[in-house]
Design a protein. Structure first.
Lengths: 450, 489
């Protein structure tokens, strides 16, 4: 068979050693009535055949690289330096598992320690785990953590309506059978309002307030005052970030965030139709024992060498079982490595440079489009690389028009916010040239005339 | 010599990657919102590549050697899978593109969803869960939603055998369920009497790993499932050990109501140093409506005569538990698993489990007699030994594990399952040759002799690895978790 190296002679010798006649004899414990079903699956293909089929399936798609992509909303089309994938392709990294045996896993362990340092520095926090599944589940784990931190005595969690709708949906799924009460995005707060609108919801039953930075509409707010108010009420503040934006923007640690989560995809991880991505999670040292997920600490080996090891494992499910901080086990190991290599290559200068490129290109696009008849910016707040745009027609129509011209348009905000039927969320990255943006402007102009 | 950290290798002024100059006019930066410092390294590309390449060489991996880590299914990961996932037509798809532009990806996902239904014997599958534990959470939320929909809100207890993975109780607790531990009987099966005593109208369900973590197929499985169903409960299957069952038996046919698959175990998507995994969930017909949002569906039927393919898209199940994560799941893993299943076909899948079970029983046969086998029956894809002997009182499973590293073997899972003292849990997988298994068995037999003749050799192992045993207490006590300060000096 494909990946089994046994010869007939091997098999016979092994069966003799075991003391059975054939392999089927090993399955006597399986109920006979259901044993050895015929699976209705297509017959086996060779590597050459399946590759041809996969290529046909892949070619049937129009990608964000073939089209001119202005779609973001939580996943972004960024350039990935060639060296990132070269490292990811090392079998020593991608065919290993959780580094439970540190003597023969220092590669993974030290890389995770580097990741913890890079993300802690980027977010301005003290500790960072490695990792959660994505930006959405990281927020759900923040809710879980704060709920446990207050031992369930503060059931209320305030979700800003300007947090990614899929993140909020995920939090709802996770907490549906718990006594967590989610407020803020059920009509109590106008999504167009600034963070001060969340303040009336704070009280002594509030454990956590969740905001996004930049928020789902692309706006950048300084959350310093919000953090103060949350702390005064005795709660914690969680800020969900786009880590690439932090190449330019003030880190949430500076304005008093207690938990920083984020979607790590912009850091060298391909779009890959939505996954696998990377859930970032950083917090303050005082909460480290409440945090879920893997954590690597520095130590020495018995030869006196500096070395790294999984630490505080008593928080985790394989030790603590039903009293664990979370059930998370397998996480996003290889994506952690991708982000680590990406940040190492770009470094201090490169990350700032790419963040500024995104910023300037997005502002150029916004300025040009806003001057078109029928279009206007939905908000006047500062933004990073994404902005909401009022359009003269329903967004699905605009996008169909753009697609005909080879452009992947923005996200239709009406899907999640019924009042925003004609508002589109556009993202611009370093991948968009001035010509791309000008082409977008030209087509949008035509749309308003059509 | 230990590797330096990047904060020590970083040299001010070095650049590892350059972006093009801006081709648009510059906009003023937002006042008061920009950062002063960016504590990141400054390194040349060559130094970054060498650093991570050297780090990689400190790892043991499937590509470098035998990795019999029990319940983790560390099989060979075919290289074609990596090529497949990186095809430009897959790698650069945005998750929110119009579905008209992603029909190839959707067709692949739909097909994988259908194949997983067929392999497990289920009526519905969600590809969304990101890992095994995430699949468990999905499954338990589905069970809870099912009972709630029938007004059975008092069903809050989940039974979990004492041999279960730690994720099972953690998952149940996370879903607001009360965890009740079930003991195993002397043959390693679920204790039926204990089970019966918990079968009442508070029972939400049973989480069962089968084959269990002893590597044994429960001899009373039909009766277990009958008892749980008769009491109104549902049976959750932890599919971590599906590598023993492909084409052998379909859990859905046996009466399992929910089961998660681990694409990163059974279907060869790489383990990545701790993920990404992928944990699709299969459910029986009565639970299909509760699956996470969205699943794959055919929005318009195709027409074979006209050579018109179906039109695929996303569908929201009517009573969905909701969304488990952003977007549609670990698509990159779906491509790899799809490739793997397509290359095996029905006979090939059966051969995977045939040879996984053959390999495990062969190793067990070679080691029985040298090591005590606490539950000695024909095993499935893995088995558990005791790593202790009365005449080598100082030697523990840990010492055996560490000594194995000197021979370039990854140790088995140790100290799990908890019901075996000094457990060594061995899963060879089907991709290993007889020579590898023999070399491993010979080594374990040699180590058993060393345990008596030179116990110190084991206590101080490993000797031939780049690092020796680590001071884990120091790590937990001093809690040095990053080196950010080094960059801001």
């Amino acid at each position: 068979m494909m990946y089994t190296p046994h010869t007939d002679a091997d098999r016979e010798a092994m069966l003799r050693t075991i003391g059975v006649k054939n392999i089927a004899d090993l399955f006597q414990d399986v109920p006979a009535a259901h044993r050895f079903p015929e699976l209705a699956l297509p017959s086996a293909m060779t590597e050459m055949e399946i590759l041809a089929e996969l290529q046909a399936l892949a070619w049937a798609n129009d990608t964000a690289r073939e089209l001119i992509c202005f779609l973001g909303a939580g996943a972004y089309n960024h350039y990935i330096p060639a060296a990132v994938d070269a490292i990811l392709r090392r079998g020593e990294f991608y065919t290993a598992y959780t580094p439970y045996q540190p003597e023969i896993s220092q590669g993974t362990l030290q890389a995770i320690f580097e990741y913890q340092s890079l993300i802690a520095g980027l977010t301005g926090m003290e500790v960072c785990n490695a990792s959660h599944y994505d930006g959405a589940t990281a927020v759900a784990e923040a809710v879980n953590m704060s709920h446990h931190h207050f031992r369930g005595k503060r059931p209320k969690v305030v979700l800003s309506p300007a947090v990614h709708p899929q993140y909020r949906d995920t939090v709802r799924t996770y907490t549906q059978d718990s006594d967590v009460v989610l407020v803020g995005d059920q009509g109590e707060v106008d999504p167009t309002a600034n963070p001060q609108a969340l303040l009336p919801l704070l009280d002594d039953t509030t454990s956590l307030v969740v905001v996004q930075y930049p928020d789902f509409f692309g706006r950048v707010f300084d959350y310093t005052d919000l953090a103060k108010a949350v702390h005064q009420a005795g709660g914690l503040l969680c800020v969900a970030v786009n880590p690439l934006a932090l190449g330019l923007l003030k880190p949430p640690g500076e304005f008093g965030a207690d938990i920083v989560t984020g979607e790590g995809q912009p850091l060298g991880i391909p779009l890959s139709y939505g996954g696998p991505y990377l859930g970032l999670f950083a917090t303050r040292q005082e909460y480290v024992r409440r945090m879920a997920g893997r954590l690597v600490g520095e130590t020495v080996d018995n030869r006196g060498q500096r070395a790294y090891v999984l630490t505080l494992t008593a928080r985790e499910q394989h030790i603590r079982r039903e009293r664990a901080t979370s059930n998370i086990c397998t996480n996003q190991g290889l994506m952690v490595l991708a982000a680590t290599v990406y940040l190492s290559l770009l470094g201090k200068h490169g990350l700032r440079q790419v963040a500024e490129l995104c910023y300037h290109k997005a502002h150029y696009a916004a300025l040009r489009i806003a001057s078109l008849r029928g279009y206007s910016l939905w908000s006047n707040e500062p933004f990073f690389n994404e902005f909401a745009l009022r359009c003269p027609r329903p967004i699905d129509e605009v996008n169909d028009f753009l697609l005909d011209q080879g452009i992947l348009g923005g996200y239709a905000l009406g899907r999640d916010y019924p009042d925003f039927e004609k508002v589109m969320l556009l993202a611009v990255t370093e991948m968009n040239s001035k010509e791309d943006i000008d082409a977008l402007v030209d087509v949008l102009r035509e749309v308003s005339h059509a | 010599m230990p590797e330096h950290l990047m904060c020590e290798l970083s040299v001010p002024g070095r650049v590892g990657f350059r972006f093009p100059k801006p081709d648009v006019p510059l906009a003023p930066l937002p006042e008061g919102l920009t950062r002063e410092q960016l504590p990141l390294p400054e390194m040349a590309e060559v130094d970054v590549v060498r650093y991570f390449t050297r780090l990689s060489q400190l790892n043991h991996s499937v590509d470098t050697g035998f990795y019999p880590l029990g319940s983790c299914t560390m099989k060979y990961n075919p290289k074609i899978n990596e090529e497949a996932a990186r095809l430009a037509g897959f790698a650069h798809l945005h998750p929110l593109q119009q579905v008209e532009t992603t029909q190839g990806a959707l067709a692949m996902m739909y097909t994988l969803q259908e194949w997983l239904k067929e392999i497990g014997g289920f009526a519905g599958v969600s590809l969304q869960p990101a890992a095994g534990a995430h699949g468990e959470l999905t499954g338990v939320l589905i069970i809870r939603a099912y009972h709630t929909s029938r007004g059975d809100t008092q069903r809050t207890r989940i039974l979990i055998p004492d041999s279960a993975h730690g994720t099972n109780p953690a998952t149940s607790a996370m879903s607001g369920m009360e965890v009740v531990e079930l003991r195993s009987d002397r043959r390693g099966n679920v204790d039926l009497q204990a089970l019966r005593s918990h079968c009442d109208d508070t029972l939400a369900g049973l989480m069962l790993t089968n084959p269990n973590t002893l590597g044994l197929f429960d001899e009373n499985l039909a009766e277990i499932i009958r008892l749980v169903h008769a009491a109104g409960g549902l049976v959750y299957g932890d599919g971590a050990n599906m590598n023993a069952l492909l084409g052998i038996v379909r859990p859905g046919d046996l009466g399992f109501d929910v089961l998660h698959y681990n694409l990163h175990k059974t279907f060869s998507t790489p383990h990545g140093g701790g993920g990404p995994g992928s944990g699709p969930v299969g459910v029986a017909a009565h639970l299909v409506d509760f699956l996470p949002d969205p699943i794959l569906g055919i929005l318009e039927e195709g027409d074979e005569e006209e050579d018109l393919p179906p039109f695929y898209g996303f569908v929201t199940p009517p009573r969905t538990i909701g969304r488990m994560k952003a977007f549609h799941g670990h698509f990159g893993m779906f491509v790899r698993a799809f490739t793997y299943i397509a290359m095996h076909g029905p006979q090939g899948l059966r051969a995977i489990s045939d040879y996984a079970v053959l390999n495990a029983n062969y190793l067990l046969a070679r080691l029985r007699g040298t090591y005590h086998v606490p539950y000695d029956r024909i095993c499935m894809h893995e088995f558990v030994l005791e790593g202790r002997w009365a005449d080598a009182p100082d030697i523990h499973a840990l010492d055996i594990a560490k000594r194995l590293m000197d021979f370039k073997f990854h140790p088995p899972t140790n100290y799990f399952p908890l019901i075996v003292h000094e457990a060594l849990m061995i899963e060879p997988t089907e991709t290993e040759s007889k020579e590898t298994l023999d070399a491993f068995a010979d080594t374990l037999i040699q180590i058993a002799a060393e345990a008596r003749s030179d116990p110190d050799l084991l206590k101080t192992a490993p000797h031939n690895t780049p690092y020796g045993r680590l001071d884990e207490v120091k790590a937990a006590k001093e809690l040095v978790l990053c080196c950010v300060a080094e960059y801001t000096r």
